[in-house]
Design a binder for this molecule. Structure first.
Ligand code: NI
Length: 177
């Protein structure tokens, strides 16, 4: 089922999402929600989506990249579900790159993110996972983790002058990013 995506200005995007009790993760209701969240991400060619973006203020995010027309140069990322994630940086290294968001449709902006992060979360089966991620995967993790704190990528931009309409991004920036 494709869920409705909340757009910038919807108060649900600014709430701090609630943790999910681990015993609820395997319930049929939660399993159906996880499936719908992933379907919605794929329908809109997202590389990640957080539950608040579909009006559910819970600490749940999905990430995954196969072939994606919105991010044609993005490296592949296997489908990853993160529930109650804790994210820490591995070093002080930060890099800037372009980001967009299904809740801020039609725009891209340059956002600084930690280059490598360490993540601890439950997966979609309620099993604890603990891993490190780098580069684009680390960037998407931080973007989705922000959604769970009520933040969007615009809040992280150093310079709003890089905010770019998608058509202009394609004309001026896509090969320079
Ligand atoms: Ni987003």
């Amino acid at each position: 089922m494709i869920l409705k995506v909340a757009r910038l200005g919807n108060p649900v995007l600014r709430l701090k999402a609630k943790p999910v009790p681990v015993e609820q993760i395997r319930s049929p209701g939660m399993q159906a929600f996880l499936e719908h969240l992933v379907e919605t991400m794929q329908e809109y060619d997202g590389v990640g989506i957080a539950a608040p973006q579909v009006h559910v203020s819970s600490q749940i995010a999905a990430i995954g990249v196969t072939r994606n027309p919105r991010y044609p140069r993005a490296p592949k990322i296997p489908l990853t579900l993160l529930i109650n994630p804790q994210v820490k940086t591995v070093s002080r290294a930060v890099e800037e790159d372009w980001e967009g968001c299904l809740s801020v449709e039609g725009f891209r902006g340059l956002v600084p993110r930690w280059r490598e992060v360490e993540v601890r979360a439950y997966n979609g089966q309620g099993v604890t996972v603990h891993f490190r991620a780098k580069g684009f995967f680390a960037r998407v993790i931080q973007h989705e983790w922000d959604h769970l704190q009520g933040k969007v990528f615009l809040d992280r931009m150093k310079n709003l002058a890089t905010l770019t309409h998608l058509t202009e991004y394609g004309r001026f920036w896509a090969d320079h990013g």
